[in-house]
Design a protein around this ligand. Sequence first.
Ligand code: KIV
Ligand code: ZN
Length: 527
Amino acid sequence: MATAKSTTPTPSDSTSNRVIIFDTTLRDGEQSPGCSMNMEEKIRVAEQLDRMGVDIIEAGFPIASNGDFEAVREVARVVKNATVCGLARAGRRDIDRVAEALQTRAGRKRIHTFISTSPLHMKHKLRMEPEQVYQAVIDSVSYARNLVDDVEWSCEDGSRSEHDFLCRTVEAAIRAGAGTINIPDTVGYAEPEEFAALIRMLFNRVPNIDKAIISVHCHNDLGLAVANSLAAIGAGARQVECTINGIGERAGNAALEEIVMALRTRRDLFACDTGIQTEQIMRASRLVSSITGFNVQPNKAIVGANAFAHESGIHQDGMLKHAGTYEIMRPESVGLVRSTLVMGKHSGRHAFKSKLKELGYELADQALDDAFQRFKDLADRKKDVFDEDLIALVDDEIGSEGDRVRFVSLQITCGSEGPQTAVLRLSVDGEERSTTAHGNGPVDATFNAIKELFPHTARLRLYQVHAVTEGTDAQAEVTVRLEENGRSVNGLGAHPDTLVASARAYVNALNRLLVKRERSAPAAMSA
Ligand code: KIV
Ligand code: ZN
């Protein structure tokens, strides 16, 4: 039996009022088309999830690719408090790969193994008889349990499975050693009453159910993922699987921030707590949105730009008299604090460094010098520099070490008369190159200039701009997504000049693509 220490929540927690938050942003979330993250980005997200108090971080699906394997291994190395988990199908190779990725982890670790149990999936996807699936459940859970103490088993498409078979497999998985049983609504088909009834049915019919924690994993195809998860908690589930901003396969997963804030705001109803530091929610949401390029819709619950904005006169009047008139949560409770003025152009390197530390960034000397120089330039241009400005600036700066292509300068001619022209200077492998290019607008001219200086075949898949703060002198944060041979990468750029931010974002994406190319075919590198 495994020797690894485990203090993972025990089955008795299933009768407690503690809801375990299992975050799958880095696994199911990353499966959203166009959402892939590189290793360094996954680590930043994992560190923020850990800081926020997530109980379990599902870091990836190690058998899926070497990148996923490495990401799980790195997340397992850096995460301090949360349990780190990797996903495996029911086969030994998958399970071994997770165990290998988690091998050097000093803290808590979990293997999450799954197999479909619905008639549709067993017949058409697995092409297996129910009895073969039943045996695979026992084999896979026992095998995983010999490698780690903490094993979770999921019945994929659980919500469309036959009850008798579901009860048998759940009972067998618990007997084989699974400490957590996860019931997914894989295709987002369930509705709340029905899903709660399914969970209650399991509590009533599975004889050893008290020996496991019951978890749910709901997809949002009908917009019911959060409602279904909450209904399941009402029925006794004590783990929820969710993602930041609700990203995930197709319409996404249940949004972590919505579940956590619903439990907190309606504690009178649910009488349940989580271990989440809710003040970290906005930061996690912004991080995931800027890394993935998936913008949060303005009216999105909890983290949307309008979630705490009051527009109508009647509402504003009510708010001035008593915030409770129109606000069921305080904006501060999700980390939406009025942005504090950071520093001016006279602030020193030391103050800059400690401010970054307070914001959760620790940069190496060279990166710190570069970021400080950019901060000084920004303070020269912009009257007030806020926390958000610094975060955008540092996010742009991070990870540029070793970049082959670097932005040097950009001069644009644009306006109604045209031709829109970009005079661009880049440094490529340490050698400066410049060109003048035209285009259908200044952004097109800028990107054409980049293509002239560094020819490539990647296609632009996303170009997105948002203002970091209010005001016409605000920094623009630009996301660019490039795709080449099925590989897609996002690049970020921030600058008070939207076109400079655009050029920086494109160059950032290009560098990431070069790293990907280099990893898959070292000989194919060209410029
Ligand atoms: O949606 C699903 O069923 C899953 C399982 C692997 C848990 O993601
Ligand atoms: Zn899923």
